[in-house]
Design a binder for this molecule. Structure first.
Ligand SMILES: Nc1ncnc2c1ncn2[C@@H]1O[C@H](COP(=O)(O)OP(=O)(O)OP(=O)(O)O)[C@@H](O)[C@H]1O
Length: 258
């Protein structure tokens, strides 16, 4: 059986006015993969995810999710953004925030309620259903945003620097939560980060982007067994070697751009 690409990006090009941001992105992500995408600050990571998620038009190229050309937000795709304070509605409870997008799915109210409860349980927030997002810590708010995406049951989940705004301890907890949810739910995840260790720790492959006008510099396989563990995995020689390789792939480009 051949592997099925859930995401196919071919020659994606995107400018803002005269500023060319994405020059040529060609990438396949296969069903069940967790792919990390790293790149220098401002290289267009968010722009790329917005194009992949059908939230923004692009100049040329094609994006296909589950075999369908992306012209608007695909039903099979969920996105978790970095800025949870803007993505959650402050006047709705935690449970209502998670349930909201399910209104657009052809499912009964009963099923929507079940999915909401199940998703919030899986991120450890069953005790906080009736609170407002602003009554929770930053890490808990990002768990709500993750639960909202899970309840939607996407085949492909894109995460845009989701843990960049939380403290270091919360960040490692959320990384482990992501790893667990990915392995339990057999989802496909595209995880954008500028943190090299996070990219290696989570990814089965790492896509390294250049600076703008952005292309893919390198795709590196991550040959580390799962489940990964924060201290043991990061202490391995393979992890250290990968850290050096990703660092130099990013740094090499900076040299070339001078
Ligand atoms: N809506 C917009 N209009 C015009 N230019 C934009 C817009 N959004 C982003 N840009 C520009 O496009 C480039 C890439 O921005 P983008 O936010 O996609 O990069 P990024 O890699 O996600 O950045 P960061 O590492 O800071 O998160 C930047 O030069 C930015 O100023």
């Amino acid at each position: 059986m051949t592997e099925q690409a859930i995401l196919q990006v071919d020659g994606l090009r995107k400018s803002y006015g005269s500023e060319l941001v994405l020059a040529d992105i060609t990438l396949e992500v296969f069903e069940g993969e967790l792919v990390s995408i790293v790149g220098p600050s401002g290289c267009g990571k968010t722009t790329m995810l917005r194009c992949l998620g059908g939230l923004m038009p692009f100049d040329s190229g094609t994006v296909r999710v589950a075999g369908e050309d992306v012209t608007g937000p695909p039903d099979t795709l969920g996105i978790v953004f970095q800025d949870y304070s803007r993505s959650l509605l402050p006047w709705l409870s935690v449970a209502e925030n998670v349930r909201l997008p399910l209104r657009y799915k052809p499912i009964s109210k009963k099923e929507a309620a079940e999915r909401t409860a199940e998703a919030l349980a899986s991120v450890g927030l069953s005790a906080h259903l009736d609170k407002k997002p602003w009554q929770l810590s930053g890490g808990m708010q990002q768990r709500v945003a993750i639960a909202r995406a899970l309840a939607y049951r996407p085949r492909l989940l894109l995460m845009d620097e989701p843990f960049a705004s939380v403290d270091a301890q919360t960040r490692v907890e959320l990384e482990d939560l992501t790893q667990r949810l990915w392995s339990e739910r057999k989802m496909t995840i595209g995880f954008v980060t500028h943190d090299i260790d996070e990219a290696i720790y989570l990814g089965g492959r790492i896509v390294v982007l250049t600076r703008t006008p952005t292309t893919i510099r390198e795709v590196m396989p991550v040959d580390l067994p799962r489940p990964r563990e924060q201290i043991a995995t990061k202490a391995t020689e393979t992890f250290a070697d990968l850290r050096a390789s990703v660092f130099s792939a990013l740094g090499h480009h900076q040299e070339a751009a001078r």
